[in-house]
Design a binder for this molecule. Structure first.
Ligand code: FES
Length: 144
């Protein structure tokens, strides 16, 4: 019987071999259960996060929307995918996040590259623990 970890390893291997379109990994959001408003991720269980172009879509239980976790190569950022123009959901397109509604474009840090959006995507504090676990604070209400 295959485990979830086996499936993720196979999916990563297929993606690395070019047998799966990179965008396919973004279709399904990983359900996670926050504890005290924080999500903890073991990168070993999420091979899609590997490398500077890696990313993962999360659907935290009890949270109103998804959260995108993107690897920068040096660490991770966690962003709301809700465009700050009029609220459409942005899509990850390589080094950018693009809004399909009116064309706003953001960098992988959530900063606006092209409007009409004027404000960056909402971001959540991320830290990596000494044992390599990614911890995302979903309780943060900072701007935007
Ligand atoms: S809602 Fe994203 S550009 Fe308008």
């Amino acid at each position: 019987m295959r485990t979830r970890r086996d499936f993720l390893k196979i999916a990563a291997a297929l993606a690395a071999a070019g047998l799966v379109a990179p965008g396919c990994a973004s279709v399904v959001a990983a359900r996670v259960r926050p504890v005290d408003g924080r999500v903890r991720l073991d990168p070993a269980e999420h091979p899609g996060l590997a490398g500077s172009g890696g990313f993962l879509r999360l659907q935290p239980d009890g949270f109103s929307g998804q959260v995108y976790v993107l690897s920068t190569g040096e660490g991770y950022v966690a962003l709301s995918p809700i465009c700050t123009h009029l609220g459409c959901t942005v899509e990850i397109q390589g080094a950018r996040l693009e809004c399909p509604c009116h064309g706003s474009t953001y960098d992988r840090g959530g900063q606006v590259l092209r409007g009409p959006a004027e404000r960056p995507l909402r971001s959540f504090p991320v830290r990596t623990t000494p044992d390599g676990i990614i911890e995302i604070d979903l309780t943060w209400e900072g701007a935007p």
